[in-house]
Structures are given as structure tokens and as C-alpha cells.
Unconditional design. Structure first.
Length: 131
């Protein structure tokens, strides 16, 4: 006596780098090579957003003795959403996604700080690396 229903969704995972914890110990000036090295933490998965506009609910598939719509309680919906978020976190929080997020973080932090450094001394460049 089972009924099934396929639900498709679109979601976005947001990886971030916390720049608030950069201290003077994380900024290294090399006067000989004219570089400023900024040491940052690795990117981490901060949040996952499920786009409610793109949720597609399929038809109910019934068995021989199970007929009618699937009726869910608020508790059922909450359990489904929790399971969905756990599955999404596993999907997003992979080594491959972490590597992409880290590479993007290095590039973006350089793009943010290099103009500031160049405004002070055009001969200096910025290097960003992980702690």
C-alpha cells in the first residue's frame, strides 16, 4: 500500500570566506619582492537556498490498493525539508566544490585588495594564500 510522488527542486549553495578575522599577522609585506601576502581561511559552505518558484511536484503514483492524494502533516513537511537539506548539504559540501570555492576565493580576495595596495604603491602586487 504505497503511493509515491516525485518532487524536483533547484537550489543554490553559497560558499564564503570570512575576511573579518584577517589580522596584521595574516598580512605579510615582502619589501624585496614588493608583494603583500594575505593569508585567509578556506571557503566553507554557509547556506543553501531552495528556490520555491522552481519546485515541480509530479503526479502521484498509486499502487493497486493505495488510491487518492498523498496527505502530509506539518510534521511530515518539516521532516521532508530536514532530510532534503541534509541531502543537499552532502551534495554541495564535496571536495570538488570546496576546491572550486577555494580557487574563487583566492581570485576574489586578490581582486578586492590589489587595487587598494596599488593605490598606495603601484610596484607592489598582492598574493593570497591559505593559512
Amino acid at each position: 500500500l504505497t503511493k509515491t510522488q516525485k518532487v524536483s527542486y533547484t537550489s543554490t549553495g553559497y560558499f564564503v570566506v570570512d575576511l573579518d578575522n584577517i589580522t596584521k599577522d595574516n598580512i605579510i609585506q615582502d619589501t624585496e619582492n614588493k608583494t603583500i601576502t594575505i593569508r585567509i581561511n578556506h571557503a566553507y559552505l554557509q547556506s543553501i537556498d531552495i528556490d520555491p518558484e522552481k519546485i515541480v511536484i509530479g503526479e502521484v503514483k498509486e499502487s493497486l490498493l493505495a488510491r487518492g492524494d498523498i496527505e502530509l502533516t506539518v510534521k511530515d513537511y518539516n521532516a521532508i525539508e530536514k532530510e532534503l537539506r541534509n541531502r543537499l548539504e552532502e551534495k554541495f559540501n564535496t571536495a570538488e566544490n570546496g576546491q572550486v570555492a577555494d580557487a574563487t576565493a583566492l581570485r576574489m580576495v586578490k581582486e578586492v585588495y590589489e587595487p587598494v595596495v596599488k593605490a598606495v604603491d603601484k610596484e607592489y602586487s598582492v598574493v593570497v594564500e591559505f593559512k
